[in-house]
Design a protein around this ligand. Structure first.
Ligand code: ACM
Length: 385
C-alpha cells in the first residue's frame, strides 16, 4: 500500500521496566517489542501507517504500572499496551485495562488461574512449564524438592501449583522460603545453610530479577555446584546468566518455550536482526521472544481489523497463528493464552543452555489446570534432543 506522510501512526503503549529489580528481563522484553515494531514499520507499517510506541519506565514499581497504564489509555488514540513482567504488575494494570476496554499483550510466563477478555497471554502457563519440569526433575534427580522464591504472588502461587504436581508424582517439598525482590547475595546465606542441612535432591527457584543473579552467585560462592545439586527454575534466563557469569550458572536448569540456542530458521533470522539492531544477542530471553511474537500477532490482527478496538482485535486474534523463533505458536480461542513449545535446558560449563528435552508439538495452554494430572503431559510425547 502507498504511504503518505500525513498518515497518523498507530500509537501503542510499551510498559516495561528499564530500571529496578526486574529491569534485566524487562529490558529484553522491551527490545523484542521494539525490534518487531521496526520490522513492521520498515515493511510499510499497517495500512501505510507506522506503529509508534509510547514507552514509559515504571522502574519495577508495581503501582507505577497502573499509573502509567491509566495515563496511556487516557489518550483516545492509544488502546493497546505491550507490557508487564511481574504478575503483581499485571494484576495492578488489569482493572484499568478492563474498565477502559483496552487490550494488554502480556509476554510473560505466569502462575495461571486468570482469564481476561482484554489480555492476550503470551508466556507459559503451568501446564506448559511447571509440569514438564517436575516430571524431568523427578525422573532425573529425585523426589525431595526445596523451594526458594521471591516474595510476591507469582512465586507463591507457582509454588502452590508445583507442590501439587510434585506430590502427585510421589515427591515432597522439604523446604520453602521466600525473600524480598531486592534480596542481596548475603540475604540468601541462611537459606543456603538450610539447604545444606536438609540436603534436597533439587532446588526449585522462583526467585526473579536481580535476585536470581544474587542467589546463583551466593550458591556458587558457598560451594554449591549445579552439576551436583542443580537449581531448576522457570524464570532464570540468558540475560541473567550473562550477568552472573558461567561459573555461577553452570549445571543449572530452566524450562521455557524458547532458548536463544535453539536451531530454527526463524530463530536464526530473529537473532540476526536482533544483533544488527542491538549489537549483541547476549540478553535474548524467552520473554523477549514472546514480546517480539506478540507484536507480530497484533500487527497481523490489525491488518485485518483496521482498528485497535479490543472487541475487533480479540475476534481475529483468537486462533491466530505465528511462525515464531521458538516454532509455530497459536492463540487458544478457548482462553486467550498461547499454544507454546515446551523445552527443558541445562547450562553447560560454557554458560550456554542446551536443550535436553522438548515436546514434539506445541502444548495447549491449560491455565486453570483443568486436567491437573501428570498424565496430561503424556498426551504430548517428549522427544530427546
Ligand atoms: C511473573 O511474575 N509472572 C514472572
Amino acid at each position: 500500500m502507498a504511504r503518505s506522510s500525513s498518515d497518523k501512526p498507530w500509537t501503542v503503549g510499551v510498559l516495561f521496566s528499564q530500571t529496578g529489580v526486574t529491569s534485566i528481563i524487562e529490558n529484553s522484553q522491551l527490545k523484542g517489542t521494539l525490534l518487531a515494531i521496526d520490522e513492521i514499520n520498515q515493511a510499510g507499517g499497517i495500512e501505510g501507517r507506522d506503529i509508534s510506541p509510547v514507552i514509559l519506565d515504571p522502574a519495577s514499581n508495581v503501582k507505577q504500572y497502573r499509573i502509567y497504564a491509566e495515563e496511556m489509555l487516557a489518550d483516545p488514540e492509544l488502546n493497546v499496551i505491550f507490557g508487564c513482567y511481574m504478575s503483581s504488575s499485571r494484576k495492578e494494570v488489569l482493572p484499568v485495562i478492563e474498565r477502559q476496554n483496552g487490550f494488554l499483550f502480556y509476554p510473560t510466563l505466569y502462575e495461571g488461574f486468570e482469564y481476561s477478555p482484554n489480555v492476550i497471554y503470551g508466556g507459559a502457563a503451568p501446564n506448559q512449564n511447571s509440569l514438564p519440569l517436575a516430571i524431568y526433575l523427578l525422573e532425573n534427580f529425585g523426589s525431595r524438592f526445596y523451594f526458594v522464591g521471591s516474595d510476591y504472588i507469582y512465586p507463591r502461587e507457582s509454588n502452590r501449583v508445583m507442590r501439587n504436581i510434585v506430590r502427585q508424582g510421589g515427591g515432597q517439598v522439604v523446604g520453602e522460603n521466600y525473600l524480598s525482590l531486592d534480596a542481596r547475595r548475603e540475604d540468601f546465606e541462611w537459606i543456603l545453610e538450610d539447604i545444606r542441612r536438609v540436603s534436597p535432591d533439587v532446588i526449585f527457584s522462583t526467585v526473579v530479577g536481580i535476585g536470581t543473579v544474587n542467589f546463583y552467585t551466593a550458591y556458587h560462592e558457598s560451594g554449591g555446584d549445579g552439576f551436583k545439586l542443580p537449581i531448576a527454575s522457570l524464570t532464570t534466563n540468558e540475560a541473567e546468566v550473562a550477568i552472573m557469569g558461567r561459573s555461577a550458572a553452570a549445571g543449572h536448569i530452566t524450562a521455557a518455550p524458547y532458548f536463544r540456542n535453539i536451531k530454527t530458521d526463524e530463530n536464526a533470522r530473529f537473532l540476526g536482526k536482533y544483533a544488527r539492531k542491538f549489537g549483541s544477542v547476549e540478553d535474548v530471553t524467552s520473554c523477549c521472544e514472546a514480546a517480539y511474537s506478540q507484536v507480530h500477532l497484533f500487527a497481523n490482527a490489525l491488518r485485518l481489523t483496521g482498528s485497535t478496538g479490543a472487541d475487533q482485535l480479540r475476534a481475529v486474534l483468537r486462533g491466530a497463528e505465528f511462525e515464531a523463533p521458538q516454532g509455530r505458536i497459536k492463540i487458544d480461542p478457548d482462553n486467550n493464552h498461547t499454544y507454546l513449545q515446551s523445552r527443558i535446558a541445562r547450562l553447560g560449563a560454557d554458560g550456554e543452555y542446551r536443550v535436553e528435552r522438548e515436546a514434539v508439538r506445541p502444548i495447549k495452554p491449560d491455565p486453570y489446570l483443568a486436567v491437573p494430572t501428570l498424565n496430561d503431559w503424556a498426551n504430548a510425547p517428549i522427544g530427546t534432543n
